[in-house]
Design a protein around this ligand. Structure first.
Ligand code: BT5
Length: 252
């Protein structure tokens, strides 16, 4: 399946089964695959979350997809690839179901406080230069995630009685991502993207508890800085938290 994007094309490969769509796209990126490659799978045998966690989904239930981007930006901007995909996915969910998820820093989409989707961005470098970003997303369509994980799915929250068609959801997401893709290539575009992500991020303004390796912080989520770090106003002053360090982020 091929569909239009920002001037190139999305090259969509829909597989029955794969270990992880992110791993598949990463391997193809290392062999020189062009930007726009999209791998989708009905089932992952080793779906990955952050920090070596697993992403679970029964065969055919949810949308599991990874996109290859080759933006003209620096390592410090990679978080904006996460934001671009999260915003595009939120738009697609709204268009298809009438329900708009909010962003939860650093990599979730929530509906009613429950996790609808998670994003996993992985960067590839060559001689210190950023050459590719693989952005994977799992959107719960018909299965809300494992017991106890606090998840939800589109078929349970959508305003329409019809089950959501994963292909339509993917098309809408890629359309919305294609519309934002060029923003990643220059500083003014990146500011536009970062501002939109801040506006749609439900974490800001909340009192939160952040679990870091060996440490916990409680405070007000006051801002997201230009490098994608969350600024937490704690009793002992402001702390900047890097996405990669966060084990859990919960209401405070
Ligand atoms: C994420 O990690 O939220 C990123 C998930 C990215 C998954 C996509 S699927 C396509 C692509 N290929 C991959 O291999 N990965 C990407 P994290 O914030 O670490 O959340 C993981 C945690 O969410 C797990 O430890 C579980 O507690 C929970 N979880 C697992 N499956 C879930 C699901 N379907 N819905 C809700 N929560 C889930």
């Amino acid at each position: 399946m091929v569909s239009a994007m920002w001037g190139g094309e999305w090259q969509i490969r829909w597989l029955d089964e794969v270990d992880s769509t992110n791993t598949s796209v990463r391997d193809q990126a290392r062999q020189g695959a062009a930007e726009g490659l999209v791998v989708v799978a009905d089932q992952q045998t080793a779906g990955r979350g952050r920090l070596d966690r697993t992403w679970e989904s029964p065969p055919g239930a949810n949308l599991l997809a990874s996109v290859l981007l080759r933006p003209q930006c620096e390592a410090a901007d990679v978080h904006l690839c996460t934001e671009a995909v999260a915003l595009a996915a939120a738009d697609a969910c709204r268009e298809v179901t009438g329900v708009e998820p909010v962003l939860k820093w650093p990599n979730d989409l929530l509906v009613g406080g429950r996790k609808l989707a998670g994003v996993l961005a992985e960067a590839e470098f060559s001689g210190g230069t950023l050459v590719a970003v693989i952005v994977g997303i799992g959107i719960n369509v018909a299965w809300p995630g494992p017991d106890g994980a606090g998840g939800t799915c589109l078929d349970d929250v959508g305003a329409t009685a019809q089950p959501v068609d994963r292909r339509v959801l993917l098309e809408r997401m890629l359309g919305a991502l294609g519309a934002r893709r060029a923003l990643l290539d220059d500083a003014s575009g990146r500011r536009v993207l970062a501002d939109e992500a801040r506006r749609r991020c439900a974490t800001l303004g909340q009192v939160i508890r952040v679990v870091l390796p060996g440490e916990e912080l409680t405070g007000l989520a006051a801002a997201i800085d230009d490098e994608g770090r969350l600024v937490v106003e704690t009793a002992s002053g402001p702390r900047r938290v890097t996405a990669g360090d966060v084990v859990h982020l919960r209401p405070g």
